[in-house]
Design a protein around this ligand. Structure first.
Ligand code: ZN
Length: 194
């Protein structure tokens, strides 16, 4: 698949910083996995400080908007005391969906760093690209593929375990069908990215 040149002069952008904060996002993704949620994690960073953290909580909360990015953005806005997060960067382990890119635009975030691509749901270059649409009143810089293999591996393992449960060889999270595998990352689980 042809992708825009989103990625990256990592050296110029501070590879160490990207790595550090993506580590924090990966930690959040693991927390989601421990709760048998699809393992996606995110942090919002400004001036070298983590303002918000989040991981996917959709199953536990029953809230379809409880994606990692939304949780992290809400926490960051609460901490900053306002909705405008100009100057901040969102780090997330999986290319965001349409809803989450919408939240990035609404929050006026300045940049986005994501891990693995989501060719069937990603809205920052894979399926859509809302990061730099001149019809919108905001745009932001995107860096994709940062520690993408680690992020993808978390998803791959999660969905492999889910499928194994569905085959009846092992108990699946939430009794099998409760986790919607048509969620962000399904295709990572199928190995279609890899
Ligand atoms: Zn999302």
């Amino acid at each position: 698949m042809e992708r825009k040149a989103m990625v990256h002069d990592k050296a110029a952008e501070g590879e160490v910083g990207h790595d550090l904060f993506m580590s924090a996002a990966l930690d959040e993704a693991r927390r989601a996995g421990e709760k048998e949620e699809v393992p996606v994690g995110a942090v919002v960073v400004c001036d070298g400080e983590i303002l918000g953290r989040g991981h996917n909580l959709r199953e536990g909360t029953g809230d379809p908007t409880s994606h990692a990015e939304i949780v992290a953005i809400r926490e960051a806005a609460a901490r900053r005391g306002g909705w405008r997060l100009t100057g901040a960067t969102l780090y997330v382990t999986l290319e965001p969906c349409i809803m989450c890119v919408g939240a990035v635009l609404q929050a006026r975030l300045s940049s986005l760093v994501f891990g693995c691509y989501d060719p069937k749901g990603g809205a920052c270059g894979s399926l859509y690209d809302f990061s730099d649409d001149i019809r919108l009143n905001h745009s932001f810089t995107v860096y994709g593929g940062v520690r993408g293999s680690e992020a993808a591996e978390l998803l791959t393992r999660f969905f492999a375990r889910l499928r194994k449960g569905r085959d009846g060889t092992k108990s699946a999270p939430h009794g099998g069908d409760a986790v919607d595998v048509r969620s962000c990352g399904e295709d990572v689980g199928r190995g279609e990215f890899l």
